[in-house]
Design a protein around this ligand. Structure first.
Ligand code: SF4
Ligand code: SF4
Length: 365
């Protein structure tokens, strides 16, 4: 079992995770025998020692008020000795060892309006980014789209009625804080035009060298206009990432007409059966349509429904598409195939090792 180093000195970052592990996890660290989902939202881990740990998963909003956090803390104190955790998709999980407390805990969560589920062959919380609430480079909202999509897909959270796990992610620009490259369905917002340069504001707000250096593709060049030092953008080199806007607020990308969303499918992180897969483009562009984004909701629901009808048991979205083939995927979903679907990325996409699966080639002779 790993132990916390007494010499670990830091005043940044979170405390060492070992400090907050429930006693049952500390005792059985690295010695778990198996786990199984007992019912939607209730997972049981069994250790070699015979100890059992129950994890009860509830849907939680990503942006949470202090009132809600106090409620979760009170529930954890009452039912599980104060032990809880957040999953990477912002579900909240209560960790307990007393099986008798599982049913009352589930009841209490439901009473408070936090549905229990999101495990096994279901749709769990959608991991998402900041959106218009909190990020300057967002091409769409995050919480708004996710709430609209999840309202439609919610029955799949409480029931384990899908062929396999279905993980959905959302990122509000292609910097992808939401890790959309490896989800079964990914919604990715995008800008489609290069930054507009506010030539009046630029000299007052920005430094030319840092603005030029901020561009990962070298699309920004210094330029003298009317005797004033400013910059220009080589449009063909711009990938609309908004990095320059982070450094120089006089280079705005937000555009009500041209910002929107794309949908990607078939990614996964898991090494089970098939090595991890990157998501691939399904729908290149859907315009922003707040407050409920009905076109995005309908597109995601359609893909989920087609997958649910056609995939085999345990098959993830990407495994199913690989089995039936991309032409069949487009045929079944009715999604139009366009020139934007042709993957002309020339670099190491196919050759990077993406998994922990290793192939052993025995030495000859
Ligand atoms: Fe900001 Fe882009 Fe991250 Fe969204 S995905 S929070 S816009 S950096
Ligand atoms: Fe460069 Fe990105 Fe700005 Fe385009 S949006 S100019 S690629 S930093």
């Amino acid at each position: 079992m790993a132990t916390e180093s007494v010499t670990r000195k830091t005043d940044i970052g979170p405390p060492h995770y070992q400090k907050y592990l429930p006693p049952v996890i500390k005792k059985n660290y690295g010695k778990w025998k198996f786990h199984e989902v007992l019912k939607p939202g209730v997972l049981m881990h069994v250790a070699e020692s015979g100890d059992k740990l129950y994890s009860v998963r509830a849907a939680a909003p990503r942006l949470t008020s202090t009132k809600t956090i106090r409620l979760f803390a009170e529930i954890a104190d009452k039912f599980c000795g104060g032990f809880l955790r957040y999953t990477s998709r912002n579900n909240i999980e209560f960790l307990l060892t007393d099986e008798q407390q599982v049913a009352p805990l589930v009841e209490r969560l439901k009473k408070e309006g936090y549905p229990v589920g999101g495990m096994g062959p279901s749709i769990t919380n959608i991991v998402h980014t900041q959106g218009w609430v909190h990020c300057h480079s967002a091409a769409s909202d995050a919480s708004g789209v996710v709430k609209s999509v999840m309202d439609e897909l919610f029955p799949h959270f409480e029931k384990m009625d899908l062929p396999g796990k279905l993980r959905i992610a959302f990122a509000c620009c292609l910097n992808m804080c939401g890790a959309v490259h490896c989800s079964d369905i990914a919604i990715l917002a995008l800008h489609r035009l290069p930054p507009k340069i506010n030539k009046e504001a630029l000299p007052k707000m920005c430094e030319i060298p840092t603005t030029v250096a901020s561009c990962p593709t070298g699309a920004i060049r210094p330029k003298m206009i009317d005797g004033k030092q400013t910059v220009e953008v080589i449009e063909e080199q711009c990938m609309y990432c908004a990095n320059c806007f982070t450094v120089c607020p006089a280079m705005t990308l937000a555009d009500a007409e041209n910002d929107g969303l794309s949908i990607w499918v078939g990614g996964k992180v898991s090494n089970a059966r098939h090595e991890p897969m990157f998501s691939k483009l399904a729908i290149p562009f859907i315009p922003n349509n707040p407050p409920r984004w009905p076109e995005v909701v309908a597109a995601v629901k359609n893909i989920v429904d087609v997958y649910a009808r056609n995939a085999s048991k345990y098959e993830r979205m990407g495994e199913w598409i690989e089995r039936v083939g991309w032409p069949r995927f487009f045929q079944l979903t009715g999604i139009e195939f366009t020139k934007y679907h042709i993957d002309d990325f020339k670099h190491a996409g196919e050759t990077y090792k993406r998994s922990a699966q290793l192939k052993h080639t025995p030495a000859e002779g």
